[in-house]
Design a protein around this ligand. Sequence first.
Ligand SMILES: Nc1nc2c(ncn2[C@@H]2O[C@H](COP(=O)(O)OP(=O)(O)OP(=O)(O)O)[C@@H](O)[C@H]2O)c(=O)[nH]1
Ligand SMILES: [Mg+2]
Length: 227
Amino acid sequence: MNPKVITVARDVLAATRADAEDFRELRSRAGTLIVNVLSSPGSGKTSLLQATARHWQGRFRMAVLVGDLATDRDAQRLAPWVDVVQMTTGGACHLEIPLVRKAFDRLPLADWDFLFIENVGNLVCPASHDVGEHVRVVLLSTTEGDDKPAKYPKMFRTSQALVVSKLDLLPYVPFSVEAVTEDARLIQPELAVLPVCALDGRGVAEWCGYLEQTRRDRLLQRVETPT
Ligand SMILES: Nc1nc2c(ncn2[C@@H]2O[C@H](COP(=O)(O)OP(=O)(O)OP(=O)(O)O)[C@@H](O)[C@H]2O)c(=O)[nH]1
Ligand SMILES: [Mg+2]
């Protein structure tokens, strides 16, 4: 008997990708740059967003959607500075676009200048999920070791910027900003590298400048270009 082989090829992730693309496009039209912020637990994502809000001090309309396995602690830290919605994943190690869209709908405005998505602390799973961002930023703190880009290549390959956080601890730990830059750019040659200390504010102006320039390049030129 000759068995008949029928190949059923269906891209089960196509609908999710289309959803993320739709969200990105809608927010692009509103002039909102979406920044997906990723790192291991405790690298300083929430601290960087607090420092960002302090630096801009109301110059831009900024909101944060923050993801965690449990608790709304990060949202409570950010609430004095910005509009924020906590997304609790109930155990999932990354965010996905349906949860992000639901959280976005709970914000009081639709047309932000910057929308930050603080992902669940994890250097692996979030790299595989498009949540509608324009820019993906990975944080690596000086206490984590400068060997991480080669060990977690997907996270660095899919990011546009690397924030080296906790710069103030450099004198106490074996970590080289030059070495990590070289290692990361072997994986992603176009990666912008931004050393920052969220506690004393070093590098925060450069980080904010990078985001402002990226928003102009990605969104505003498009809006201002006559058709
Ligand atoms: N020394 C130093 N500590 C920092 C800096 N930025 C953050 N921290 C500390 O690092 C710890 C973790 O910071 P968070 O901002 O909560 O880190 P996170 O990445 O948001 O953490 P999760 O959301 O739990 O993944 C806190 O105790 C911060 O005070 C920094 O620039 N220097
Ligand atoms: Mg946090």
